[in-house]
Design a binder for this molecule. Sequence first.
Ligand code: GDP
Length: 365
Amino acid sequence: SLTAGIVGLPNVGKSTLFNAITKAGALAANYPFATIDPNVGIVEVPDERLQKLTEMVTPKKTVPTGFEFTDIAGIVKGASKGEGLGNKFLAHIREVDAICQVVRAFDDDNITHVSGKIDPIDDIEVINMELIFADLESIDRRLPRLEKMAKQKDKDAMAEAALLTKIKEGLENDMPASAIDFTDDEKKAVKGLHLLTFKPKLYVANVAEDDLADLDNNEYLAAINEYAAKDGAEVIVISARVEEEIATLEDDEKEMFLEELGLAESGLDKLVRASYDMLGLATYFTAGEQEVRAWTFKKGMTAPECAGIIHTDFQKGFIRAETVAYEDLMNAGNMVKAREAGKVRLEGKEYLMKDGDVVHFRFNV
Ligand code: GDP
């Protein structure tokens, strides 16, 4: 499954946030997935549609879908040169599918900052530059051999060498690969390079508890938002300390606590949702008397591929998917009425699953 890596300089609140994630994951009832890797935390993907479907179908059991975060400790200035846990850090970040960069946006004289002052933009740039350096290094390792092959008129090598040179020029001008203009074909090739600066990214601004109810009061957020907008990245505002508290609360207590804080949703829920979107993930549902359940798929997956998420046999023996859009099902009131209204479709092997599809797979065993 896809995972988002949590990165950030020391003392910005990463561990506090990751603690909140593992606590929330441990509390989730009915949670079907376990993890043995201490650096991985899985949380429920909040989705009110699952609750509504449960009320409609009244199954024995309701199972949410999960999202996986990976804690990546150890980046410091100079990581790409092997400082700190440097190379190990970069190897870990290479394995994740997206990056959540935690940025310190709270003052606290008791908690030192690695650079001696709170400057979120400076912090963001330290990390982004390390990622750029790391990508430059991998390109520099690859390019000489390609250029040699290109001299022998190897067409593929010529194309790749040209592409790498283009990326290198961007990186040398402090541009992450994600900010470089690529054609659709180039984009496909760039994906195969597994560059760190091509991964989808968002910023997590960690603000003081007291600022949550009045974000205008925070002197750092405006700059972070402005920087992220240029970067084409989203900013999720949280207070890691508050999230750690929320993560231990049951649903009704959690609602009350959020209300007191004047929040519609916890920061962690916002973060999960944004990370899910950033990775192009979506949810389909199965809804039977035994179990109503949410399943994660990647947009662009076909019905048989989605069936394969439940069980490989469902994909191998796939016949068709009886599908109704969540909205249509809700409007009809129940499955029987949705069927009568002609809203239940029979979809075949080519069907691209849509977010919110409520599905029953038919398959040969
Ligand atoms: P890490 O090094 O990035 O993992 O940072 P930690 O999560 O260990 O946090 C460093 C220190 O900052 C700890 O003492 C945290 O309790 C504190 N901290 C984290 N988030 C907040 C916050 O929202 N407000 C305040 N005042 N302190 C925080």
